[in-house]
Design a protein around this ligand. Structure first.
Ligand SMILES: [Fe+2]
Ligand SMILES: [Fe+2]
Length: 471
């Protein structure tokens, strides 16, 4: 077990005290992080006691500690998974060489960019979610929101640790800029588009934690394979935190869908909105929106960057070491449907260049499993409705399908046709206004908003009616 030192100013399991220069640099960054948290973290509730979990060790059983704490007192820190003795690079052109403990000079710029791009998503999501506490459907959900928020804050710490330790003054500058950019800001936006989208209602929040945090899982998992060992170990630990975020999104959507089905049945006209709920068609539109934005996070289907990352041993496939036997990805191809003059033409692309698409495929499979479960939950309520994921070509802003138009099944259509169906396929202004009208907070222990079902169980063995947040 890797113990975490909670006695130091910055909790850590990397013997920070042994590196005075690094410790001082991070101690200087700490108050700026806290200032950012005050400015851009959850609006309100900063003085309230929240039932939060804290890591006590960095292995997968290290999540034993739950307690009521104020968010600013959360022990953000630097936790890496245990170092594997004699770890070797498992894929790409450097296969079999010892994993790097320092940044190889030739990959310095590339690695820094990978870390900054990942790091930027962490504070971005906290900014996107900062007002949601004001409209929480229950104390259980409020607590989950804050748990996700403090852990995204810790993920920022994880990336800032790498920047400060391994990238000199450039790394320190990048760490500052991670606190300067703002989600949705016209002048200094966050790096990736999905992290600039507003997330002002709880349906969006659950879609976000389902789809964007799940992108996080796949990005972190592919970086956990990295030949740069400190990055791999950092990401392995982050993945243990990510699991709860996806749980929040997955079960949150399931609960909204289940409630939508109940209200659909209860209303004589089958209209869930008439009873103050969210109708199934609206939920489907939000799924279409967030799924398509999150697919963009994987990057273009054909990408020389992706090929370079893989060749260099910086970013592998999902579970590269465990799942594959061939780790060079040379002399192989992947067939993609390329848009050529309004029609789709199958073309073979060198496998390394299609690595973004390979990772996206695994992500989609993961999403498909969840959607199947949701459909079953809806049907178990006696409503004949199937939740569907749109085709991966639908509504894309990144990659080879950008600028072309497709329907939900992935058929090429004209721009006029797309515009005609837009409000049927994606959240409309009316949907957003309706959601805003029903997002009223429910803060009484054991009570819940009408548009969502209570969870099947509480957190850490507590009941749903437990006082997760002391107001
Ligand atoms: Fe994260
Ligand atoms: Fe997350």
């Amino acid at each position: 077990m890797t113990g975490i030192d909670y006695q130091s100013k910055i909790p850590n399991n990397v013997e920070l005290g042994a590196d005075r220069r690094l410790q001082r640099a991070l101690e200087q960054w700490q108050p700026r992080f806290l200032q950012w948290w005050q400015d851009m973290g959850p609006d309100g509730f900063q003085q309230k006691d929240i039932y939060l979990r804290t890591a006590i060790s960095a292995d997968k059983d290290g999540w034993a500690h739950f307690d009521h704490v104020r968010m600013p007192d959360y022990r953000w820190g630097i936790f890496l998974s245990e170092r594997e003795p004699d770890r070797r690079i498992a894929f790409g052109d450097h296969i079999g060489e010892p994993a790097w403990q320092e940044v190889p000079g030739e990959f310095r710029t590339t690695l820094r960019r990978i870390i900054v791009t990942q790091g930027d998503t962490e504070p971005a999501s906290v900014e996107q979610q900062r007002l949601l506490g004001l409209t929480a459907p229950s104390l259980y959900d409020l607590r989950n929101l804050f748990q996700v928020n403090v852990e995204e804050g810790r993920h920022l710490w994880a990336m800032v640790y790498l920047l400060h330790s391994y990238f000199g003054s450039e790394g320190r500058d990048e760490a500052e800029e991670l606190l300067q950019r703002r989600s949705g800001d016209a002048d200094k936006p966050r790096i990736l588009d999905a992290f600039n989208q507003p997330c002002n209602d709880w349906l969006s929040f659950f879609c976000f934690t389902m789809f964007a945090d799940r992108d996080g899982k796949f990005q972190l998992a592919s970086l956990a394979e990295s030949g740069f060992d400190p990055l791999a170990r950092t990401c392995r630990f982050m993945l243990t935190e990510e699991a709860h975020h996806m749980f929040v999104g997955d079960t949150g959507l399931e609960r909204i869908l289940r409630r939508a089905a109940q209200l659909t049945k209860a209303d004589p006209n089958g209209n869930a909105r008439a009873l103050g709920g969210i109708d199934l068609a609206t939920i489907q539109r939000f799924i279409n929106f967030w799924f398509s934005y999150c697919l963009d996070l994987f990057g273009s289907e054909v990408s020389t960057n992706a090929a370079d990352f893989f060749g260099a041993g910086l970013k592998g496939r999902f579970n590269e070491e465990k799942r594959y036997t061939e780790h060079t990805a040379l002399g192989q191809t992947k067939t993609l449907a390329m848009p050529r003059g309004g029609v789709l033409v199958p073309e073979d692309v060198p496998l390394r260049n299609a690595m973004n698409e390979v990772l996206r495929d695994d992500y989609v499979d993961d999403c498909v499993n969840a959607v199947r479960r949701w459909s079953k939950a809806v049907q178990a309520e006696g409503v004949d409705f199937e939740v569907k994921l749109p085709a991966t070509r639908f509504h894309r802003r990144q990659g080879i399908y950008t600028g072309s138009h497709f329907d939900l099944d992935g058929n090429a259509i004209s721009e006029e046709e797309f515009d005609y169906h837009r409000d049927e396929w994606l959240p409309s202004a009316g949907d957003l206004a309706y959601l805003a009208s029903i997002m009223q907070p429910v803060y009484e222990p054991g009570k819940i908003a009408n548009w969502i079902a209570p969870p099947r169980r509480g957190i850490n063995g507590q009941d749903f009616s437990y006082e997760y947040v002391r107001l």
